[in-house]
Design a protein around this ligand. Structure first.
Ligand code: FES
Length: 105
Protein backbone atom coordinates (compact mmCIF):
# COMPACT_ATOMS: atom_id res chain seq x y z
CA UNK A 1 0.00 0.00 0.00
CA UNK A 2 1.20 3.48 -0.87
CA UNK A 3 0.38 6.76 0.86
CA UNK A 4 0.94 10.14 -0.78
CA UNK A 5 1.95 13.23 1.18
CA UNK A 6 1.36 16.48 -0.68
CA UNK A 7 3.29 19.50 0.53
CA UNK A 8 1.72 22.97 0.60
CA UNK A 9 3.49 23.81 -2.67
CA UNK A 10 2.17 20.70 -4.41
CA UNK A 11 5.23 18.47 -4.16
CA UNK A 12 4.25 14.81 -3.75
CA UNK A 13 6.01 12.16 -1.71
CA UNK A 14 4.81 8.59 -2.12
CA UNK A 15 5.84 6.20 0.61
CA UNK A 16 5.02 2.56 1.40
CA UNK A 17 2.62 1.92 4.27
CA UNK A 18 4.03 0.00 7.19
CA UNK A 19 0.91 -1.45 8.81
CA UNK A 20 0.76 -0.92 12.55
CA UNK A 21 3.00 2.14 12.48
CA UNK A 22 1.66 5.63 12.85
CA UNK A 23 1.48 7.85 9.81
CA UNK A 24 3.96 10.19 11.55
CA UNK A 25 6.45 7.31 11.95
CA UNK A 26 6.02 6.35 8.32
CA UNK A 27 6.66 9.93 7.24
CA UNK A 28 9.73 10.38 9.40
CA UNK A 29 11.09 6.92 8.49
CA UNK A 30 10.91 8.00 4.86
CA UNK A 31 12.21 11.55 5.45
CA UNK A 32 9.03 13.21 4.20
CA UNK A 33 9.65 16.95 4.64
CA UNK A 34 7.09 18.85 6.69
CA UNK A 35 6.38 16.24 9.37
CA UNK A 36 8.55 16.82 12.42
CA UNK A 37 7.06 14.61 15.13
CA UNK A 38 8.93 16.43 17.87
CA UNK A 39 7.14 14.77 20.79
CA UNK A 40 7.68 11.26 19.45
CA UNK A 41 3.99 10.56 18.95
CA UNK A 42 2.39 11.65 22.21
CA UNK A 43 -0.15 14.07 20.66
CA UNK A 44 1.69 16.78 22.59
CA UNK A 45 3.64 18.87 20.07
CA UNK A 46 1.38 19.41 17.07
CA UNK A 47 4.24 19.13 14.57
CA UNK A 48 2.74 16.18 12.71
CA UNK A 49 -0.42 17.89 11.45
CA UNK A 50 -1.85 16.55 8.19
CA UNK A 51 -5.05 17.37 6.33
CA UNK A 52 -6.67 14.17 5.14
CA UNK A 53 -8.23 14.07 1.67
CA UNK A 54 -11.97 14.39 2.48
CA UNK A 55 -12.66 11.21 0.47
CA UNK A 56 -10.47 9.32 2.94
CA UNK A 57 -11.64 10.95 6.13
CA UNK A 58 -14.22 8.27 6.90
CA UNK A 59 -11.74 5.44 6.31
CA UNK A 60 -8.94 6.82 8.46
CA UNK A 61 -11.23 8.25 11.14
CA UNK A 62 -11.70 11.67 12.68
CA UNK A 63 -9.58 13.32 15.32
CA UNK A 64 -10.10 12.33 18.94
CA UNK A 65 -10.34 14.67 21.96
CA UNK A 66 -6.59 14.50 22.68
CA UNK A 67 -5.82 15.64 19.17
CA UNK A 68 -8.36 18.42 19.18
CA UNK A 69 -6.48 20.41 21.81
CA UNK A 70 -3.41 20.57 19.58
CA UNK A 71 -5.26 20.95 16.30
CA UNK A 72 -7.22 23.91 17.65
CA UNK A 73 -3.93 25.86 17.77
CA UNK A 74 -3.14 25.27 14.10
CA UNK A 75 -3.99 28.27 11.92
CA UNK A 76 -4.25 25.99 8.87
CA UNK A 77 -6.56 23.51 10.55
CA UNK A 78 -9.17 21.91 8.25
CA UNK A 79 -12.27 19.83 9.08
CA UNK A 80 -10.35 16.66 8.18
CA UNK A 81 -7.14 17.60 10.01
CA UNK A 82 -5.42 14.94 12.09
CA UNK A 83 -2.28 14.54 14.10
CA UNK A 84 -0.56 11.89 12.02
CA UNK A 85 1.01 10.32 15.12
CA UNK A 86 -2.50 9.34 16.19
CA UNK A 87 -3.27 7.53 12.92
CA UNK A 88 -2.33 3.84 12.86
CA UNK A 89 -1.67 2.65 9.34
CA UNK A 90 -3.35 -0.36 7.75
CA UNK A 91 -2.96 -2.00 4.35
CA UNK A 92 -6.40 -0.57 3.52
CA UNK A 93 -4.80 2.84 3.15
CA UNK A 94 -3.54 2.15 -0.36
CA UNK A 95 -4.00 5.39 -2.30
CA UNK A 96 -4.48 7.57 0.77
CA UNK A 97 -3.63 11.23 0.16
CA UNK A 98 -2.84 13.68 2.94
CA UNK A 99 -1.85 17.31 2.53
CA UNK A 100 0.73 19.03 4.67
CA UNK A 101 0.27 22.51 6.10
CA UNK A 102 2.72 25.24 5.16
CA UNK A 103 3.87 25.46 8.77
CA UNK A 104 3.77 23.04 11.67
CA UNK A 105 3.38 24.40 15.22
FE1 FES B 1 3.82 15.29 18.47
FE2 FES B 1 2.16 14.05 16.77
S1 FES B 1 4.28 13.81 16.97
S2 FES B 1 1.70 15.58 18.21
Amino acid sequence: AIVTFVSYDGEEHQVPVEAGQSLMQIATNNAVPGIDGDCGGEAACGTCHVMVDPQWSEQVGRSGPGEEEMLAMHPERQPTSRLSCQMTATELWDGLIVELPEYQL
